[in-house]
Ligand binder design. Structure first.
Ligand code: MCA
Ligand code: AMP
Length: 504
């Protein structure tokens, strides 16, 4: 094949006037329309002189054109770099610079802020707004609706997804064509997707879940998506009767359960509900089954690996577990110190290997070597165990990470900002239980002796540099942080002390 990912996900639909995207206003984008738009965008990039392997950064609202931008990059052999729409200018500067992006596609409202940054970093700027308008589609409109697909090999890079790190510096996870394609094909089979499926898509498309799981699986199966700009419970309830499947983070399911209009009659005709990106409480799983008769299928993945495990489609979907390793994925539980495989049933770090595992972090060989072993096993940073029936349980994290509403937040990034503020000696940022987001961010600040730092001014500083979803819900002052004998801050003690702050 000339370009396996494009051919298999997109090319197979050439010339088909079948529905691909059902938009909220009732408009339908067919496969053929969609491919035409993608080809037009690919032509724009080719004419601007972009070469295969160049990076295209995109911080754009969810729209059919935004998805076509992804398809265009695959077709033109460009590396697609989707970015959370909540990222601030400071955060974007780092991504553009680190990736060496040649083009930045952004919403028109952000152009004035981003243009000088992009110019300084040698990147061109195009705009793409949520309604499809902007300079990108203006140029695309004059282009042919066909494009000679650029040849790619399975091992060539298709996308960079940035993931934060425990040092506070984000790393670009390099994903190949094969990583994405192998996972999409496996998930289609495991979850029995067909061309009759209509997926209710309310996830963002700048992360693995909404882009590579939901969209790629639908494309590989030839199905269609009810393509909603965001998760809005009223709209989701209205559209549910037209869907056969839904994918979501646990917050989607707790919000649905919190609404009396979400009844058994509404949910029963659905074929499948899938959850991931954060732990689904066993209690949510049970409540969901009581309300709807459906057992949510929970799976486990990462930006670096796509999906690793899944509960079975046909067998028992066990609450509080993430099921079995997917076909082709090897999973082992090892001792964090020695790296040795632990006896069955013991808790240790989760390591995975398979065609889904990324190629490494962009221009960060040491970080790659620290997490990706030479034999191909990736150290996930998650702690788990395998029960006597083979189900994988995730019991915690070996990495300092908070997951809020499915978004990952690395405390170090916030601590670095807090520590710089006047009158602050040090800080500790922790995740505490939250009824809607699962976990939320709490910032604990230790003042320099005799000083009383201004917490409001501190929040303003955080707002200027970090995306909204990373902001602490609350900042509190504490005289000193608990430490162990090695001097390491004992966040577990802080998490325990403040665990009821937002619940109960
Ligand atoms: C929005 N806000 C948040 C979050 N989302 N704060 C913390 N955590 C969040 N996740 C902010 C908003 O900016 C707003 O700020 C305030 O919180 C309340 O907003 P609300 O209207 O309640 O939020 P929303 O717009 O309804 O969004 C909540 C959401 C959304 C629907 C849960 O965050 C979402 O779609 N999450 C999915 C994330 C996802 O796709 N993760 C997959 C990553 P203000 O009040 O100031 O306006 S991929 C992955 O993890 C791996 C690979 C995997 O396994 O899938
Ligand atoms: P990301 O960096 O966005 O790819 O997030 C990956 C992390 O999300 C994993 O390392 C896990 O900690 C977490 N995660 C994803 N799916 C699940 C799940 N079903 N249960 C618990 N944690 C999950």
């Amino acid at each position: 094949m000339a370009n396996p990912l494009f051919d298999r996900l997109f090319g197979i639909h050439a010339g088909k006037a079948t529905p691909f995207l059902h938009l909220p206003d009732g408009e339908i984008v067919t496969h053929q329309d969609f491919l035409g738009r993608a080809a037009q965008i690919a032509n724009v990039f080719a004419q601007t002189g972009l070469e295969p392997g160049d990076r295209v950064a995109a911080q754009v609202e969810k729209s059919p054109e935004a998805l076509a931008l992804y398809a265009a990059c695959v077709q033109a052999g460009l590396i697609f770099l989707p970015l959370n729409t909540a990222y601030t200018a400071d955060e974007l500067t780092y991504f553009i610079e680190n990736s060496g992006a040649s083009v930045v596609v952004c919403d028109g409202r952000r152009e004035a802020t981003l243009a000088p940054i992009a110019k300084r970093l040698g990147a061109a700027v195009e705009t793409l707004n949520g309604d499809g308008s902007g300079t990108l589609m203006d140029q695309a409109a004059a282009m042919p609706v066909a494009f000679a697909t650029v040849e790619r090999k399975g091992d060539d890079l298709a996308a960079f997804l940035y993931t934060s790190g425990t040092t506070g510096r984000s790393k670009g996870a390099m994903l190949t064509q094969d990583n994405l394609l192998s996972n999409a094909e496996t998930l289609v089979r495991e979850w029995r997707f067909t061309d009759s499926d209509v997926l209710l898509h309310a996830l963002p498309i700048f992360h693995t879940h909404g882009l590579f799981v939901a969209s790629n699986v639908t494309l590989a199966a030839g199905g269609s998506m009810i393509f909603l700009p965001k998760f809005d419970v009223d709209v989701v309830l209205e559209k549910l009767p037209q869907a056969t499947t839904m994918m979501g983070v646990p917050t989607f399911y707790t919000r649905l359960l919190g609404d009396d209009r979400f009844t058994r009659e509404l949910a029963e005709p659905m074929r499948l509900f899938i959850s991931g990106s954060a732990p689904l409480l066993a209690e949510t799983h049970v409540q969901f089954e009581q309300r709807t008769g459906h057992r949510i299928l929970e799976r486990y993945g990462m930006t670096e690996t796509n999906m690793n495990t899944s509960n079975p489609y046909d067998g028992e979907r066990r609450a509080g577990t993430v099921g079995f390793p997917l076909p082709g994925v090897e999973l082992k539980i090892t001792d964090a110190e020695s790296g040795e495989v632990l006896p069955q049933g013991e808790i240790g770090q989760i390591e995975v290997r398979g065609p889904n595992v990324f190629k490494g972090y962009w221009q960060m060989p040491e970080k790659t070597a620290a997490e990706l072993r030479e034999d191909g096993f990736f150290i996930t940073g998650d702690l788990g165990r395998i029960d006597e029936d083979g189900y994988v349980h995730i019991v915690g994290r070996n990495k300092d990470l908070i997951i809020s509403g499915g978004y990952n937040i690395y405390p170090k990034e916030i601590e670095l900002v807090l520590d710089e503020q006047p009158g602050v000696l040090e800080s500790a940022v922790i995740g505490v239980p939250h009824p809607d987001f699962g976990e939320t961010v709490l910032g604990i600040v230790v003042p320099v002796s005799g000083q009383s730092p201004d917490l409001e001014a501190m929040m303003v500083a955080v707002q200027q540099s970090l995306a909204r979803f990373k902001h602490p819900r609350k900042l509190i002052l504490l005289d000193e942080l608990p430490r162990n004998t090695m001097g390491k801050v004992q966040k577990n003690i802080l998490r325990e002390r403040y665990k009821d702050m937002f619940v109960g």
